[in-house]
Design a protein around this ligand. Structure first.
Ligand code: LMG
Ligand code: NDP
Ligand code: PMR
Length: 397
């Protein structure tokens, strides 16, 4: 099947339409593009941020000085008054989530809520990065339990912190499982954790983000190239496919319904890829329903192939040995944990990445660009269907 993919037109293989002149060696093959017209302009971003900060400072000064007679001495240097942002990152105890926590905490501009299922592991992981205690808090969250998600939200609200950015990053991948396993609520584990747990979490926290006075509020849901069948990587079997979503509608419980969204036989690798389609569809549905009303930026991304993370912990040892060199030297899709963390951190706080409804990717020079999702991962009616079924499954309606 993977080889079949090479007989597609390049237009179908790559993630970027219009690049029909690309060759198979072109980096677009790997879900990245040579196009650099959307390169991040860091210099202008930085000055925009300063501009915002200054405006705030001047406003404060204007209020403070109304009773003061005019003086001729030079005004003091405006101080940066933009408060520290609060970002929740799920699955921050390893891989991409941990690297993003580090990248954001190190700026001193963010307080990261590390939302993790294993408290001790998360604390140790945070310590290992050397970030200051002032810049992070570990809070318990098990996405494989709706009760835990609700409890986490209640705890967060009680903390009194504002919420500026939410990053739905955690995931499980079970490529070698022969039989399905289930969440506390009896739902197939991959879709239950990666999609439904995050769906409930983001719905319950939307109001908090709405209330935030931070200049750019964002909800980010991590997607992936392997859920996009308009790429070579997305054509490695088993391919993602939600079908008519009959399994999801049945609750993925393996009793009176299939454990797979499309109603088929359980396949752990496919369930993961299906869950990533749900993540990308959910981001777009959020955008359609809430962007205009709330001003929140909704985004997804493919951070690159971070071949060394815990995501592959259940894969066979030979795979874990060969996968990193395969991605480094053959597909050239490899990215280090550090680099992937910087990419996701950009989606969190770069002032130039405020466009909503976008699936970000990075090219060879690590410049971000707006990528094209596959037909299924951008299907409007499927997005609505998945949203409506998910609301029922998580108990929101
Ligand atoms: C499924 O297997 C499992 O069944 C499932 O349980 C789950 O794990 C799932 O996605 C996860 O995978 C799918 C199978 C591909 O994947 C494989 O593991 C096949 C590995 C075959 C290795 C072929 C050797 C290639 C030589 C590379 C040497 C480096 C070693 C790297 C190995 C790491 C593995 C990633 O499914 C298939 O059925 C496809 C079988 C055909 C494989 C053809 C591979 C061709 C590769 C060349 C493509 C050309 C484009 C690459 C760019 C090259 C540029 C020069
Ligand atoms: P890791 O396994 O390193 O990180 C996954 C994180 O999710 C871990 O912190 C894990 O916790 C957490 N997690 C798993 N289950 C739950 C749960 N029930 N409740 C709370 N947290 C949970 O993998 P990656 O860093 O690679 O994956 C991060 C994201 O990046 C995922 O969304 C993945 O789909 C995506 N991605 C990864 C790519 C890659 O190449 N690695 C490529 C494209 C996308 P614990 O530490 O306790 O196990
Ligand atoms: Mg894949 C052509 C480029 C490319 C890229 C960017 C990835 C990313 N992969 C590519 C190609 C191939 N992969 C080819 C040609 C093969 C057949 C040899 C191949 C195989 C393969 C396997 C078996 N790849 C995999 C697996 C996994 O188990 C990983 C997976 O599907 O996890 C769901 C995986 C991945 N390849 C990627 C990326 C990013 C992954 C893993 C993570 C993810 O999408 O979240």
């Amino acid at each position: 099947m993977a080889l079949q993919a090479t007989s597609f037109s390049v237009h179908n293989l790559v993630n970027l339409p219009g690049k029909t002149t690309a060759t198979l060696k072109d980096s677009t093959l790997f879900g990245v593009s040579l196009s650099d017209h959307l390169k991040v302009d860091f210099s202008s971003s930085a000055s925009k941020k300063q501009e915002f900060t200054r405006r705030k400072v001047f406003k404060t000064q204007a209020i403070a000085t109304t009773d003061t007679p005019a003086v001729t001495r030079a005004a003091p240097e405006p101080k940066k008054t933009l408060r520290k942002g609060t970002v929740i990152i799920t699955g921050a105890s390893s891989g991409l989530g941990l690297a993003t926590t580090k990248a954001l905490a190190e700026t001193g501009k963010w307080h990261v809520i590390m939302a993790c299922r294993d408290f001790l592991k998360a604390e140790r992981a945070a310590k290992s990065t050397g970030i200051s205690k002032d810049n992070y808090t570990v809070m318990h969250l098990d996405l494989a339990s709706f009760d835990s998600v609700r409890q986490f939200v209640a705890n967060f609200k009680q903390s009194g912190r504002p919420l500026d950015v939410l990053v739905c990053n955690a995931a499980v991948y079970q490529p070698t499982a022969r039989e399905p396993t289930f969440t506390a609520d009896g739902i197939e584990l991959s879709v239950g954790t990666n999609h439904l747990g995050h769906f409930l979490l983001s719905r319950l926290l939307l109001d908090d983000m709405k209330k935030s006075d931070y200049p750019s509020k964002r909800l980010i849901i991590v997607g992936s190239i392997t859920g996009n069948t308009n790429t070579l990587a997305g054509n490695v079997p088993p391919k993602a496919n939600l079908g008519d979503t009959r399994g999801l509608a049945g609750g993925l419980n393996g009793l009176n319904s299939s454990t797979m969204i499309d109603g088929g036989k359980f396949d752990g690798a496919k369930a993961y890829k299906d869950s990533k389609i749900c993540n990308m569809l959910t981001m777009q549905e959020f955008h359609r329903r809430y962007h205009e009303e709330t001003g929140i930026t909704f985004a997804s991304l493919y951070p690159g192939c971070i071949a060394t993370t815990g995501l592959f912990r259940e894969h066979i040892p030979l795979f874990r040995l060969l996968f990193p060199p395969f991605q480094k030297f053959i597909t050239k899709g490899y990215v280090s944990e550090d680099e992937s963390g910087k990419r996701l951190a950009q989606v969190v706080n770069d002032p130039s990445l405020t466009k909503s409804g976008v699936y970000w990717s990075w090219n060879k020079d690590s410049a971000s660009f707006e990528n094209q999702l596959s037909k299924e991962a951008s299907d409007v009616s499927k997005a609505r269907k998945v949203w409506e079924i998910s609301e029922k499954l998580v108990g929101l309606v």
